[in-house]
Each structure stands twice: as C-alpha cells, then as structure tokens.
Design a protein around this ligand. Sequence first.
Ligand SMILES: *[C@@H]1O[C@H](CO)[C@@H](O)[C@H](O)[C@H]1NC(C)=O
Ligand SMILES: *[C@@H]1O[C@H](CO)[C@@H](O)[C@H](O)[C@H]1NC(C)=O
Length: 213
Amino acid sequence: MKLLACLLALAAAAYARLVNSTIDDASPVVNYSQTPSLRCTPGTCNEEWTTRLYNGTSSTTAAPVSIPFVGSGVYVYLGVEGTVNFNIDGEFRGSFSNNNVNEIVLAFYNVSLADGSHVLLIYPPPLRAEIIELDYIVYTHSVPGSRTGAIVGGVVGGLVFLALLTRGAFVLMRRRRQRRLSLRGVRLADDWTDKAALRLDTGALPQKPKLVL
Ligand SMILES: *[C@@H]1O[C@H](CO)[C@@H](O)[C@H](O)[C@H]1NC(C)=O
Ligand SMILES: *[C@@H]1O[C@H](CO)[C@@H](O)[C@H](O)[C@H]1NC(C)=O
C-alpha cells in the first residue's frame, strides 16, 4: 500500500504544473506604440521610488502598449492617472481607474484564458490621453513535470514487478521439491507448513510411485 502511494505520487510529479513568469516594462517583448515619455531606472528616477519598482524600472506613456505571452493567466501591475483599458486577443476585458500615476497596483488580471498564445493590449480610452506608468506583468503558464519523476516511477515499478516474479518462482520451486520429497517417503521436517496439502499429496500417491522410484 505504501509502495502504491509512492508510485502514485511519482506519477503525479510527472504531470505538468503551473508557474508564473514576469515581464518587466523594460523587456524587449513589450511593444510601445509610442516611445515612453519617461523611463524610470535607478539612474534617472530617485532611488526611493525605483527600489519599489520591479527590477527598478517603469515606463510612462499615454499610448497603447501590447505584450504577447503564452499562458492561461495574466496580471498587470501599473499606475494610472485617469482610466486604462485592457484587451486580450482583440476583445475588451476590463478597465481600471485611479488618480495617482505613482501608485503601482494590480490593475487587471484574467486567469481564465485558454492555455496558449495571447496578446495583451493596455490602452487609454479612445481620444483620451490618460497617463499610464507600466511596471510589470505576470503571466501563468504550464511547464512539463519533471522527467526524472517519470523515470524513477518506471524503474521502481519494474523492480517491484521483478521482485514479485522472483518470489513467485521461488515458492513454486520449493513446493515442487517438497512434493517430490514426500512422494519418496522422506520424513518431512518440522517446518513443513502446508499440512493440508500434505494430505492431498498422499492421496495422489497410488498414481505416481513408479515414475519417481
Ligand atoms: C501567480 O501570481 C499570482 C499573483 O501574483 C498569484 O495569485 C498566483 O497564485 C500565482 N500562480 C502560481 C502558479 O504561482
Ligand atoms: C533587470 O535589469 C537589468 C539591467 O539593469 C537587466 O540586465 C536585467 O535583464 C533585468 N531583469 C529583468 C528580469 O528584467
């Protein structure tokens, strides 16, 4: 039973699991439709502020920003003065309003996407130039479980099977030997455990003696 639970746990470890990855505002995968009006880095903005930003950077813009990612969930961390809209794969998914661009918060998330490629679009309402300070996004995606788990599971399973097979063969051989001994009339040792079978064996005696003697 313990062994079975162990094998099941190993099999489960072989399956895919979900992990988070972070895309910084300064990452090359982030497409700014206009060059950000301000890029905060530890060298350009005051340190008290940059130490609170993911990897010390943020990008301020009033124009749409698109970010491709592969996964099933996404979280957006930014500050906004006004309103910001969120669109995934061409579909409006929500908006967020605040009046402090320097307050970086979780402004949007969606964790019910099909696992696959998506494009997130962060944009101000049409014809309005709201200010957005993007810090980072987090996306959730699945990674294959450890291959080692699957291999260990296979090896352990194989060894258990082999052990059972060997034990079965050993028991069978001992039975045969003991039967042969009883037919020859050799006194059985005290450790003969199968007394009921002994009676059955002697019942078979009349047919066999000639063959064996
Ligand atoms: C990913 O991050 C979000 C928020 O940052 C968290 O709620 C979620 O549990 C995380 N998911 C995984 C698989 O770590
Ligand atoms: C953090 O910033 C450094 C440069 O300051 C850059 O080399 C590194 O790739 C950044 N890390 C992430 C996770 O964006």
